[in-house]
Design a protein around this ligand. Structure first.
Ligand SMILES: [Zn+2]
Ligand SMILES: [Zn+2]
Length: 164
């Protein structure tokens, strides 16, 4: 995704809005992240004391498995970040300007890696899976006495429920 800042830099405006959509197939993330939709970004570029900054509000959707019931679903993340443009600063995301354009592709990939949650639930009230028969309790009512847990399932449940 290349932003052309030429007209903004030539103008006296201090800020400029850009809205764009990045084709999901053009976003460079590894195979563990399967994007289900194009990534949308609202970018506000500002001139501050001779420096340039881009504030980016980004939304992406990807395939995830519920950390409690293991069902596949689509999870959406909204995130916002600031990028310094052509400024050497190790603590901030920095992009370089070439011919009055900036390329935000690396920043977008980096922010997906940084903001993708480690574990998410298909929905807040997910009942998970029965520790005894393994059925998905959101869809099935089983008559198991879960106090008598099959140890193999118990280990699985512990694993799935960790840090949720
Ligand atoms: Zn679930
Ligand atoms: Zn059961």
């Amino acid at each position: 995704m290349i932003l052309d800042l030429t007209s903004f830099l030539d103008s006296k405006e201090l800020t400029c809005d850009y809205r764009f959509v990045v084709d999901k197939t053009k976003v460079e993330v590894d195979k563990s992240i399967v994007l289900t939709d194009d990534v949308t970004c609202d970018v506000l570029v500002s001139k501050v004391d001779g420096n340039l900054f881009a504030n980016v509000a980004m939304t992406y959707k990807y395939e995830e498995n519920c950390a409690r019931c293991n069902k596949p679903f689509v999870h959406m993340v909204n995130t916002a970040f600031e990028v310094a443009i052509d400024i050497e600063d190790d603590d901030a995301l920095t992009v370089n300007m070439k011919q009055d354009t900036i390329n935000l592709n690396d920043a977008i990939s980096e922010m997906i890696y940084l903001t993708k949650p480690i574990k998410v639930l298909c929905h807040e009230e997910c009942k998970g899976i029965c520790t005894k028969c393994g059925s998905n309790k959101n869809h099935e009512i089983c008559n198991c006495d879960e106090n008598k847990v099959d140890p193999r399932f118990q280990e699985l449940i512990k694993l799935l429920d960790k840090e949720v």
